[in-house]
Design a protein around this ligand. Structure first.
Ligand SMILES: Nc1nc2c(ncn2[C@@H]2O[C@H](COP(=O)(O)OP(=O)(O)OP(=O)(O)O)[C@@H](O)[C@H]2O)c(=O)[nH]1
Ligand SMILES: [Mg+2]
Length: 354
């Protein structure tokens, strides 16, 4: 496979963070959550004979698109329900497997209520079915499973709207693993489709590029900015912008006949300004114009950092700096458009191969 362009990888991450490619595996302590992940992912998710082997969440790659997230057991002393809820609120996960291996407890109901309230989709799993026996030691699994489903439905009827039933599993004898695999595949496939749709949506490209433009500001207007301008080290600015947008020289050469060059832009803007000499702007008016230009070019919400950046070089006696700022804004815009083309080329390539 060809190595992906760094900009493409960055954009993928941007869209991924706004999508859902994770399924959370939560439930009772010692229910076999980590063991299930082991079976589903073919990795060594940490399992232990001790309760509460997994205290923090751990991410395991499931397939090319998705991840399974191993959660600690619900209702232990180490992880209080409050702490647990915080973890869930901070994770952008939409689907959860809630794993049981014994009677439903009050904390389970509390967590399920919490998940439902936060619009999480829950799949109920009953693991360790190989150990299901009734009080008399009977092993009629079908009958026992029916009882378990009844318990689940009766207990949750006030909290979960649709009728629910368990997927019965055992990591020991492999029961239900295929059913669970199919279910996870289906959930992730739907999410992957949604992700692809977002990836190809021009609105997402726009919001990514706008975010890049905005976050370029602090990288450009550092304390050394005035020195760069005084010494006319415009190459430093060009490199900063290119690195920030993850644009390489080849990307520009492939898409533009001429090299993008801030100095050329400065000369163009200086010539324009010379023509308009008669406009008679005062120093303050020019200063305000520069601040407005930079604020809108970099999509800055607050004017303070812009005022600081601009005054730092105007204080040096460089009153004729308007063309320099115009050139920087134009350069950023040009590189941003190159970045847009790199992403659009990748989108077209995807459309052609799928
Ligand atoms: N009999 C039986 N034992 C199982 C099964 N799945 C897991 N176990 C055992 O149950 C114990 C706990 O398994 P884990 O996977 O660590 O359970 P967990 O839910 O991740 O536990 P915590 O993270 O501590 O909440 C281990 O000794 C496993 O070998 C199963 O299907 N049947
Ligand atoms: Mg575990």
């Amino acid at each position: 496979m060809m190595k992906k362009h760094p900009l493409i990888r960055a954009y993928e991450t941007f869209v991924q963070n706004r999508s859902c490619n994770k399924i959370g595996i939560i439930g009772q302590p010692d229910a076999g959550k980590s063991a299930l992940i082991n079976h589903l992912c073919n990795v060594n998710a940490y399992t232990s004979v001790q309760t509460d082997a997994t205290l923090a969440t751990t991410e395991y790659r499931y397939n090319a698109y998705g991840y399974l997230i191993d959660f600690p057991g619900v209702g232990t002393e180490e992880v209080t329900v409050q702490k647990y809820k915080k973890i869930i609120q901070n994770e952008p996960i939409r689907h959860y497997l809630y794993v049981f291996s014994s009677k439903i407890k009050a904390v389970d109901i509390e967590m399920i209520k919490f998940l439902t309230k936060h619009n999480k989709h829950i799949t109920f799993v009953y693991n360790k079915t190989d150990t299901l026996v009734d009080v008399n030691g009977n092993e009629d699994r079908l009958l026992l499973m029916r009882d378990k489903n009844t318990e689940l439905q009766v207990t949750l009827k006030h909290y979960v709207k649709t009728p629910v039933s368990y997927i019965f599993t055992s990591t020991l004898d492999g029961t239900g693993i295929e059913t669970l695999t199919t279910l996870i595949n289906d959930l992730l496939l739907v999410e992957e489709k949604a992700y692809r749709q977002k990836y190809n949506d021009p609105a997402y490209v726009n919001s990514y590029l706008n975010y890049k433009v905005n976050s370029a500001f602090p990288k450009l207007f550092t304390p050394s900015f005035k020195n760069i301008v005084l010494k006319q080290h415009y190459k430093v600015i060009e490199r900063t912008v290119m690195t920030h947008f993850k644009i390489q020289e080849d990307d520009i050469m492939e898409r533009r006949k001429e090299w993008l060059d801030i100095e050329t832009f400065i000369k163009e803007f200086e010539a324009l300004k010379a023509k308009e000499k008669s406009s008679g702007l005062t120093h303050l008016m020019e200063f305000t114009k520069i601040v407005q230009l930079i604020k809108s070019s970099f999509k800055m919400k607050s004017i303070n950092p812009v005022t600081m950046a601009v005054s730092s070089i105007v204080e040096m006696g460089l009153t004729n700096t308007f063309p320099i700022f115009q050139a920087i804004a134009k350069y950023v815009d040009e590189i941003k458009e190159i970045a847009r083309e790199v992403i659009e080329d990748d989108q077209k390539q995807y459309m052609n191969t799928h």
